[in-house]
Ligand binder design. Structure first.
Ligand SMILES: O=C(O)C(=O)C[C@]1(C(=O)O)C=C[C@@H](O)C=C1
Length: 302
């Protein structure tokens, strides 16, 4: 039996698809949890060796729940990232087939999925109320369980198939290049040869003074460390005070990274290291078995 991998469930979420891609051959060991905090806590407590959660979407930006739990609630290293294409599907219960789209009363999905499809939903279901649930597959499950309700779910095609729903529209995300970044946390995982690497850090300033963040950024620039992302999150102690979540395209052990960090620490900044990890894109990881070839071709053509 393979070691358990916690993911945001139930089966049929985007995170489930990402976990299958990151842990090929582990299907039996994939363990659904009903929220992002539950996944991270399961890994933190050692209930599961690995976990997979979303961290950023191309349209909607950061998944703040993931960042805040990584910063404030758990101590888990990041061990891989996967950039995965996101196609949103609109699904109904088969008993509701034939009902005009604009007469559905409720749209269920994860907040990120509803944000990614807001233009489409405003146009085609202007009168329906939005219902936020823990995941897109959770939405599909609720539609399945309520055949008499005029409800739609937004989510993965695999959820539509798993929960016996009728797909009424595909690719409804508001922009075509929709990708989500997922991270694996917990134990180290073997990496594919030739992978590119990233590191994640949390920088906390000692106090606010002119140029404080500039000095931090200058240290990375001076040592030639390319930063790929900087996200500020509230410290939750006082309004207007932040932690900076930083991704860099250099390993933590690299001499230039070490020097940059040393310099930042010399400014009395606190640095927390989330680790260095391989970064995969879905077309390069090449291990996930999609439902059929047409879908794989469509993904790869983007
Ligand atoms: O609800 C799901 O299916 C998830 O895996 C969560 C999630 C997210 O939080 O970003 C993952 C990918 C998509 O961006 C939409 C939703």
């Amino acid at each position: 039996m393979k070691e358990p991998v916690a993911y945001l469930g139930p089966v049929g979420t985007f995170t489930h698809e990402a976990a299958r891609a990151l842990f090929p051959g582990h299907d039996q060991a994939l363990t659904p949890y009903s929220s992002i905090p539950d996944v991270l806590t399961a890994v933190d407590r050692g209930e599961c060796e690995y976990g997979v959660v979303p961290v950023e979407n191309a349209i909607e930006g950061s998944v703040n729940l993931t960042l805040d739990w990584l910063i404030h609630q758990v101590e888990v290293p990041i061990t891989a990232e996967l950039i995965y294409p996101i196609s949103q599907y609109l699904m109904i219960h088969p008993d509701q087939a034939g009902r005009p789209l604009n007469s559905f009363t409720r749209i269920l999905s994860h907040p990120q999925a509803l944000a990614q499809t807001q233009m489409y939903l405003r146009k085609h279901l202007p009168r329906a109320a939005l219902s936020y649930v823990e995941s897109t597959a959770d939405a599909a499950l609720r539609v399945q369980e309520n055949p008499g309700e005029a409800w739609v779910a937004v989510g993965t095609r695999s959820a539509g198939e798993l929960y016996g729903l009728k797909i009424v529209a595909r690719e409804i995300q508001d922009v075509p290049n929709n990708f989500t970044r997922f991270i694996a946390v917990g134990k180290e995982i073997s990496c594919e040869p030739g992978s590119s690497w990233k590191s994640s850090l949390l920088v906390s300033l000692p106090s606010d003074f002119p140029g404080a963040l500039y000095r931090v950024l200058q240290s990375f620039a001076r040592h030639g460390v390319n930063l790929s992302r900087i996200e500020s999150r509230p410290t939750k102690k006082r309004l207007g005070t932040y932690h900076f979540f930083i991704d860099a395209e250099t390993k933590l052990e690299h001499p230039s990274m070490k020097q940059a960090i040393q310099e930042v620490e010399a400014w009395q900044c606190r640095i927390r290291r989330f680790g260095s990890y391989p970064s995969y894109t879905f077309d390069k990881i090449n291990v996930f078995q999609p439902v059929d070839n047409r879908e794989a071709e469509a993904y790869n053509q983007r």
